[in-house]
Structures are given as structure tokens and as C-alpha cells.
Design a protein around this ligand. Structure first.
Ligand code: ATP
Ligand code: ATP
Ligand code: MG
Ligand code: MG
Ligand code: MG
Ligand code: MG
Ligand code: MG
Length: 276
């Protein structure tokens, strides 16, 4: 196509290209969900419908983007980890982040009526999600990343469970509940829940305490894929065909939803089956 004399403005575009051979983590977070959750009367401290909707939207993102190896979600956020050999959009950061955020947002809105059948979305209060990409050089940092998000889930959920129990069951005002919890450590919050309300925090629903991990089960032990992935070759060492084959396997693999501890070693001993 002939170029117009205006075409030069294109050269002002600056593309950030994400470093090759690194894990890309894209984290999305709901914009103003404190207000959003109040507007739609989310149950406190945890609205299960809202969490399941987040999980459903994330699964759809994984179905449409095979470069995603796994994802972790809690509250109004979801983190997607992409395989190191991902070449989607030639690893252009803006294209990747904006596509994840808009795909997730579209799915969240599309699926909303399934999870909130009696509460139609209000055009003046529509959900949107921001996004960012972070690069990690090895599985060690990826693991610590997921541990960081799960620790955050735990700290917030213990606080929110204590806070809303004081308010909803204990009859405290929000101000008094905040005062009562100020400066308390987790042992003290556990104790407060147990001694005053007979609640054993460890018996609270596991999805609330641990968040949700989504992985593609490309097949446990013995299969060609498992041995290939656990070899953990660098990008340059893999043939194009091998990368394509692994991507196809990811595309076909079942997406498994887990509510488990990702901080300890156990979850990671068999990590080669979903991330290489
Ligand atoms: P920002 O735009 O900066 O992200 P925010 O209001 O979304 O602001 P967050 O720190 O992301 O702030 O916190 C999200 C808030 O959304 C939580 O504090 C909680 O009030 C609410 N929320 C999210 N998911 C749920 C849920 N499943 N049930 C109840 N409340 C929820
Ligand atoms: P990329 O993902 O790289 O953006 P693309 O297929 O979206 O690929 P664009 O250069 O963005 O490519 O072009 C958008 C295309 O969408 C147009 O070439 C045209 O075929 C189609 N399109 C967009 N809007 C309309 C419209 N209103 N009516 C008909 N066709 C449209
Ligand atoms: Mg935020
Ligand atoms: Mg938010
Ligand atoms: Mg958040
Ligand atoms: Mg286009
Ligand atoms: Mg276009």
C-alpha cells in the first residue's frame, strides 16, 4: 500500500520488547473494586459468586491464549504466567498487557449474568481491569511470585474475616472493629475468632484462604511432554517444532482448578507438568 506523507508519525511509536527467555507474569487487578463490590452488594468478607466469576473469566483467557502456562487469582486480581518461549506479539509489552486486560474484562462482563443472574450490570458502574507485566529469570522467582500473592491472600483474608465477623456477628461498628484489630498479629486474630465466635479459621472455605491456582495438566509423569518440560531447556535450545508441539499440548490440555498451598515444596515437586 502506498505510504502517505503522514506515515512518519509512526516512527514516534516506542515499543517495549520483553526480554527473551524469561517468564512473563501479567497481573490484572480490578479498578476500584472496593466501590464496585459495594455497588453490587458483594457478600463480605468473601462473595463466592464474584470469585467464581473471576476464575471463569481467567479460564476463558487461558483457553484463548495457549502461551499461558498457569494462573493464580484472589480477590479482584489474576496473575498469568507465560511460558519462557512465548513469542506472542513478538513479546511487545503494550500489546500483551492490553490484550490480556481487555480479553479478561470482556469475559468477566460476558459471564456476569451467569454468576449474578438477579443483578444486571449498570452502565455507570462497569468492571474494568488494569494490567502490568513483570519478567522473572527463573522458576525460583516465579515460585516466589505465586507465594507472595498467596501470602497476600492469607493476610487480607484473615483480616477481613476477623473484621466482618466483629461487624456482622459481633455487632461492632466498622470503626470499632478496625480499632480492635489494629496492631494485632495473625495469632491474635485466630484467637479472637476462636474465643469470641467459636470460629476455627482453618475451617474457613479453602478458596478464600488459599486463592485459586489454574494449571494446564499436560499429563503427569512418563509422557513425552513431562520429560521434555522437566529438562527445562532454554529457548535457544528448543527447535521450532518442539516449541510448537508443546504449545499444541498446552492448547489441548485440561485446565485444572486448585485451591492448595503454593508456598511449600509439595506443589512445586511436579511443576514440570505445567510449566517449563
Ligand atoms: P484499585 O483500583 O487501586 O485496585 P480497589 O478498590 O480495587 O482499588 P484493591 O486493593 O484491588 O482495591 O481491593 C479490592 C477490593 O475489592 C477488596 O478490598 C474488597 O473490598 C473487594 N472485593 C474483591 N473481590 C471481592 C469478593 N469476592 N468478595 C467481596 N469483596 C471483594
Ligand atoms: P491486528 O490484531 O494485528 O490488529 P487486525 O486483523 O485487527 O490485526 P487491523 O490492521 O487492526 O488488523 O485491521 C482491522 C481490520 O478489521 C480491517 O482491515 C477490516 O478488515 C476490519 N474492520 C474493522 N472495522 C471494520 C468495520 N467497521 N467494517 C468492516 N470491517 C472492519
Ligand atoms: Mg490495586
Ligand atoms: Mg483493585
Ligand atoms: Mg486487588
Ligand atoms: Mg486490529
Ligand atoms: Mg487496526
Amino acid at each position: 500500500m502506498a505510504k502517505s506523507r503522514f506515515e512518519y508519525v509512526r516512527t514516534y511509536e516506542q515499543d517495549a520488547i520483553l526480554l527473551p527467555n524469561t517468564y512473563i507474569v501479567i497481573r490484572l487487578d480490578g479498578r476500584g473494586f472496593h466501590r464496585f463490590s459495594t455497588h453490587y452488594n458483594f457478600r463480605k468478607p468473601n462473595d463466592k459468586r464474584a470469585l467464581c466469576l473471576m476464575n471463569a473469566a481467567a479460564k476463558q483467557v487461558m483457553r484463548h491464549i495457549p502461551d499461558v502456562a498457569g494462573a493464580y487469582g484472589q480477590s479482584d486480581e489474576y496473575s498469568f504466567v507465560l511460558s519462557r518461549e512465548c513469542t506472542m506479539f513478538d513479546r511487545r509489552e503494550a500489546k500483551l498487557v492490553s490484550t490480556f486486560a481487555s480479553t479478561f474484562t470482556a469475559q468477566y462482563q460476558f459471564l456476569w449474568p451467569e454468576y449474578f443472574p438477579d443483578t444486571p450490570l449498570d452502565g455507570n458502574m462497569l468492571p474494568s481491569f488494569d494490567g502490568r507485566a513483570v519478567l522473572y529469570p527463573s522458576l525460583r522467582e516465579v515460585r516466589d511470585y505465586f507465594s507472595w500473592r498467596q501470602a497476600d491472600c492469607h493476610i487480607n483474608n484473615l483480616y477481613n474475616t476477623s473484621f466482618w465477623t466483629l461487624v456482622l456477628t459481633g455487632g461492632s461498628s466498622e470503626h470499632d472493629a478496625e480499632q480492635a484489630l489494629m496492631g494485632t498479629n495473625s495469632g491474635e486474630k485466630n484467637e479472637l475468632l476462636f474465643s469470641r465466635f467459636g470460629i476455627n479459621y482453618n475451617n474457613e472455605e479453602i478458596m478464600y484462604r488459599k486463592g485459586t491456582m489454574l494449571i494446564r495438566d499436560v499429563g503427569a509423569g512418563g509422557s513425552a511432554s513431562a520429560s521434555e518440560t522437566t529438562e527445562s531447556k532454554d529457548v535457544g535450545e528448543k527447535s521450532k517444532r518442539q516449541v510448537e508441539r508443546e504449545k499444541n499440548k498446552r492448547r489441548k490440555a485440561e485446565i485444572v482448578e486448585l485451591h492448595v498451598d503454593v508456598i511449600g515444596d509439595e506443589f512445586w515437586t511436579d511443576a514440570g507438568r505445567w510449566i517449563s
